[in-house]
Design a protein around this ligand. Sequence first.
Ligand SMILES: [Cu+2]
Length: 316
Amino acid sequence: MKRKRLIGSAIAISLLLLLSGCETNLVVFQPMGPQAQKIADLINWSLIWIGLIVIVVISMFVYFVWKYRAGANSKYEPEEHGNKWIEITWTTIPIIIVILLIVPTVRTLYDLEEIPEGYEDQEPLVIHVTSADWKWIFSYPEENIETVNYVNIPVKRPVIFKLTSAGTMQSFWIPSLSGQIYTMAKMEVELPIVADYEGSYFGKNTNFNGEGYQGMEFEVLVQSSNDFDEWVQEVKEKAPKLTEEDYTEILKPSHLGRLTFSNTHLDWIDHADHHADEYLYPDLYYEHGYPGQIFYDEDNDENAVEETGGDHNHEH
Ligand SMILES: [Cu+2]
């Protein structure tokens, strides 16, 4: 009776898991561009091998439990030392497994840093991405326009995101189109992507950085190249100019809706530059009634330079 009930609830739980799995939108398995496709392929490849390993190991476990059960006639010989065949087997198989998983992983990692095959001869659209708590700022230097919390890109044209942060570290992720990449102040990382289908995709910050982190989302609108050009033209004509004062205000920890400007902050600051100011406002991060704090590492070289009045002066 007891066992029956146990099996019954196990089936119920697995059904629940499987069914909820169908309802959840697993974006990672619905790639909308070549980069996301490579990631999905790698995940599938790994899942196949992980599945095979699990099946083999559990089958062997069940077999040996059965073979050496009480009352069975199998002879137990624990002295396997010196058995060349067994030792070669349990050394070779893990090496093969590791190679099968590592080679495609490393190859994919390098592939994701390049413009995908078939798109190399097109001129890529360069978009600077600046993260601040808790918003995403997109600057189009060529078009001289800037958006906050949304980014429009043309379909089937390579886009190179050049990412940096104005202060704390964030993580940039558009699950339908790309892998995840960290943004850091005073440095720049590049993420090339291509979107194969028009449509609206979501992107978000996946790095915990304070109470507003979960609202740090943006929309990626993939448009036909005509629609994109029209949109750029419209922004140039109708959007207001961004001033340095407004921009400093934008960088403070807050949730903003969508903003659009007919110039870019790159005119006066590039946060990727090693000597750019960091925009950190610890007083504005209240947690359980206490303001935030910047923790300095005692043996951090840069702090040492600041204390002795070096050129890294971030005070205002
Ligand atoms: Cu510095």
